[in-house]
Design a protein. Structure first.
Lengths: 306, 311
C-alpha cells in the first residue's frame, strides 16, 4: 500500500520533470527581465557594466519630477497615453455594434465577404500599415494626388508629418486594423443566443430595433464587460509599435506614449536607467489596475476575469 | 370599428416595414464602404507596383493600373539584403512556429494531468505572464545580459512557451474523454507514447489554429529586431520594409545604376523610383499573409471562442 502511494507520488513528480525545461524557459524570458528593474537604481551608462556603476537609490524616480520642464514632459507623455487609451475605451462598444448590424444582413455571402475582408488588416504588421499609410497619405500619395486632380488644393497636404489630430488618426488606424477582428468574438456570441428568445419576440410583434435593444444587446453585455475590464487593466500598455512606426520629428511630442517615450530615452538618448524607472512604474501601476478591475468584476458579477 | 383597428395596425406594420427596408439598405451601404476602406489600401499598392513607374511616382495610379509591366518584381531581388531578410523571416516563421506548436501541445496536455506535482501552481506561474511584463527596456537589458542580441535564438526562444496557446490546447484537451488515457495506460503505454501516438492526431484542429496564430505573429514581428539586432545579416523582412519606406530613394538610384550597366537602358516607365521600390517590397512582405489568409480564415472563430473560455 505504502509502495503504491510512493509510486504515484513518483509519477506525479516525473510529470513535473517533463515540463521543467519549459518552466525554466519561461522563467528566463518572462520572470528574469524583472531583475532588469535593478538598473533603475543605478547610474548605468554603457559600456560600464552594472557592477561598476554607482548605486543611486531613488534618484531617477525623483529626477522625473525635478524641474518644470521634466514635469511638463512627463505630463505630456501621460496625456498622450491617456488620450490614445481613452479613445479606445470610449469606443470599445464599436465591435459589438459592428457584430449586431452585420448579423442583420440577410445575404450570407455578403456577410461572409464583409467579415473576411474586414478581418484581414488585423493580420498585417504595423510596419505594413505604415507603408500603406505612406502610400495613401504621403505628399505624392493617393489623397494628395486626388485633391490636386480635383483642384481642391494646390500644394500637397502633409498628413503624416503633422502634429494635428494625432490622437484621432492613430485611433482611426487602430480601428481600421482591429475592428473586424474584435467583432468576431461578438459574432460568435450572437450565434450562441437562445433562438427561442427571438421567436417569442417575433410572436409579440417586436420590430428589429426592439429585438436588438431588448434581446441582442443584453445578451452581449457580459462579454462586453469582460473585454472592457481587460481594456481598462491594460490602460497604460498601448505598446509602442504603432506609435514608433508613425513617429517623426513633427508629431513626436503628441505621439509619444509611455512605452515609446521609454524606448526613445534609452535607445535614442542612452538613458537606460531612467527608462527602466519609467517601465517599472508603468508595470506596477498596470498590476494594481489589473487587481482593481478584477476585484470590481468579482464585486459586480461575482466572477473574476483573470 | 374592428375594420378600423385592423387598418391602423396594417398602416403601422407598413411603416415599420419601410423603416426596416431603410435600415437594411443603409446597413448594406455602411458595411460596403467599410469593407472597401479595408481592402483599398492593399489594392492601391498592388496596382501601383504593376503600373508604369513614372506614373506611380506621381501618384497618377488611383483606380486602375496603367502601362502594366512586371519589371518591378524582377528588380526586387536586386535589392541588397532583401533575399537574406526573406530567409531570416522564413526561417524564424518555420522554426518558431514548429517549436511553439510543439510546446503548446505538450504543455496543454501536461497541465491537463490532474496528478502532476504542484500542477495548479505551475499553471498559474505560466498563465500569469500574460498579464504582466517587466517593460521593454528592462527586457532589452536582460536579453543583452544573456548575449541574445544579434542572435537568431532571440527570435525563437522567447515565444516557445506562450500562455494563450497553452490555454487553447488545454481547453480542447479537456473535452477529450479521460478514459482514453486510462485505457492506454492499462495497455502499458507511457505518457509520452500516449501523447504522440494517440492524442496528437486528435487535437490536430486546435494545433492548426495555434500554428496559424504563431506563424502570423512570427512573420509580422518587428520589435525584437528593432531592439536586439544591429547585425544586418539578421534583419527580418518587416525590419527592412520599415527601412525602405524611410529611405527608398537611394536604393532606387542604385538599382537603376545596376540596370543601366548590365542590360539595355531602362525606359522611363520601368526605371525604379523610390515609390516603386517601396510598394513592391510592401507587396512582397504582405503576399504570404494574403496567400494563406483564405485558408486559415475558418480557424479564427474556433480559436477565439475557445480562448474566450477562461483558462
Amino acid at each position: 500500500m505504502e509502495l503504491f502511494v510512493k509510486k504515484r507520488k513518483l509519477g506525479s513528480v516525473k510529470k513535473f520533470l517533463y515540463i521543467l525545461p519549459f518552466m525554466v524557459l519561461l522563467g528566463v524570458f518572462a520572470y528574469y527581465p524583472l531583475y532588469g528593474w535593478i538598473y533603475a537604481f543605478y547610474d548605468y551608462t554603457p559600456p560600464i557594466p552594472l557592477a561598476k556603476s554607482q548605486f543611486v537609490g531613488l534618484m531617477w524616480f525623483h529626477s522625473m519630477f525635478e524641474n518644470q520642464t521634466k514635469i511638463n514632459q512627463i505630463l505630456q507623455v501621460l496625456k498622450n497615453t491617456f488620450a490614445m487609451s481613452g479613445l479606445s475605451i470610449l469606443f470599445s462598444w464599436l465591435p459589438m455594434i459592428f457584430a449586431i448590424f452585420l448579423n442583420e444582413i440577410k445575404s450570407i455571402r455578403y456577410r461572409k465577404f464583409v467579415q473576411t475582408v474586414t478581418t484581414l488588416p488585423n493580420f498585417v504588421s504595423w510596419v505594413l500599415v505604415y507603408s500603406l499609410a505612406y502610400g495613401l497619405f504621403s505628399s505624392q500619395g493617393m489623397f494628395n494626388s486626388l485633391l490636386q486632380q480635383l483642384g481642391l488644393s494646390s500644394s500637397p497636404i502633409m498628413f503624416l508629418q503633422s502634429s494635428h489630430h494625432v490622437y484621432l488618426s492613430m485611433w482611426l488606424w487602430l480601428t481600421w486594423k482591429s475592428l473586424g477582428w474584435a467583432a468576431i468574438m461578438y459574432i460568435a456570441a450572437i450565434t450562441g443566443i437562445d433562438g427561442s428568445l427571438y421567436e417569442a419576440a417575433q410572436v409579440d410583434g417586436a420590430t428589429r430595433m426592439q429585438v436588438i435593444r431588448h434581446i441582442t444587446i443584453p445578451s452581449l453585455l457580459p462579454t462586453y464587460f469582460v473585454l472592457l475590464m481587460l481594456g481598462i487593466a491594460s490602460f497604460l500598455n498601448n505598446g509602442m509599435e504603432q506609435y514608433f512606426v508613425f513617429q517623426n520629428a513633427f508629431n513626436k511630442n503628441t505621439i509619444q506614449v509611455l512605452d515609446l517615450y521609454g524606448y526613445n530615452l534609452a535607445m535614442g538618448g542612452g538613458s537606460y536607467s531612467i527608462a527602466t524607472a519609467i517601465s517599472m512604474l508603468k508595470s506596477l501601476v498596470s498590476i494594481i489596475l489589473l487587481f482593481s478591475v478584477n476585484g470590481l468584476s468579482k464585486l459586480v458579477r461575482g466572477e473574476s476575469i483573470v | 370599428m374592428s375594420m378600423h383597428v385592423v387598418s391602423s395596425k396594417k398602416k403601422k406594420k407598413m411603416k415599420s416595414d419601410i423603416n426596416d427596408k431603410l435600415i437594411s439598405v443603409l446597413n448594406y451601404i455602411i458595411f460596403g464602404v467599410f469593407t472597401l476602406i479595408c481592402i483599398y489600401p492593399f489594392y492601391y499598392i498592388l496596382i501601383n507596383t504593376i503600373s508604369a513607374n513614372d506614373l506611380s511616382a506621381h501618384g497618377d495610379i488611383i483606380f486602375m493600373p496603367k502601362g502594366i509591366h512586371f519589371q518591378n518584381y524582377l528588380d526586387v531581388v536586386k535589392i541588397p539584403g532583401l533575399w537574406d531578410a526573406a530567409k531570416i523571416s522564413i526561417g524564424r516563421t518555420v522554426i518558431g512556429t514548429f517549436l511553439t506548436v510543439g510546446a503548446s501541445a505538450f504543455l496543454g496536455f501536461m497541465f491537463a494531468q490532474q496528478d502532476m506535482w504542484l500542477r495548479k501552481f505551475w499553471y498559474r506561474y505560466t498563465i500569469i505572464t500574460m498579464y504582466f511584463s517587466a517593460g521593454i527596456i528592462p527586457w532589452y537589458l536582460t536579453m543583452r545580459n544573456m548575449n541574445l542580441t544579434n542572435n537568431f535564438l532571440a527570435y525563437i526562444l522567447p515565444t516557445v512557451v506562450s500562455p494563450f496557446f497553452i490555454i487553447l490546447v488545454k481547453t480542447f484537451i479537456e473535452s477529450v474523454p479521460r478514459e482514453l488515457q486510462e485505457a492506454a495506460e492499462i495497455d502499458g503505454a507511457g505518457i509520452i507514447t500516449f501523447f504522440i501516438k494517440v492524442l496528437l492526431p486528435i487535437i490536430k484542429p486546435i494545433l492548426a489554429t495555434v500554428a496559424i496564430f504563431a506563424a502570423v505573429s512570427q512573420w509580422n514581428s518587428f520589435q525584437d529586431t528593432l531592439l536586439l539586432v544591429t547585425d544586418s545579416k539578421l534583419y527580418s523582412l518587416q525590419f527592412i520594409l520599415f527601412q525602405y519606406v524611410n529611405q527608398a530613394s537611394s536604393l532606387s538610384s542604385m538599382i537603376n545604376l545596376q540596370n543601366s550597366g548590365s542590360t539595355a537602358l531602362q525606359t522611363i516607365t520601368k526605371m525604379q523610383t523610390p515609390t516603386s521600390i517601396r510598394m513592391t517590397v510592401t507587396i512582397v512582405v504582405v503576399a504570404p499573409i494574403m496567400l494563406i489568409y483564405p485558408f486559415f480564415q475558418r480557424f479564427f472563430v474556433d480559436g477565439i471562442m475557445i480562448g474566450a473560455v477562461k483558462g
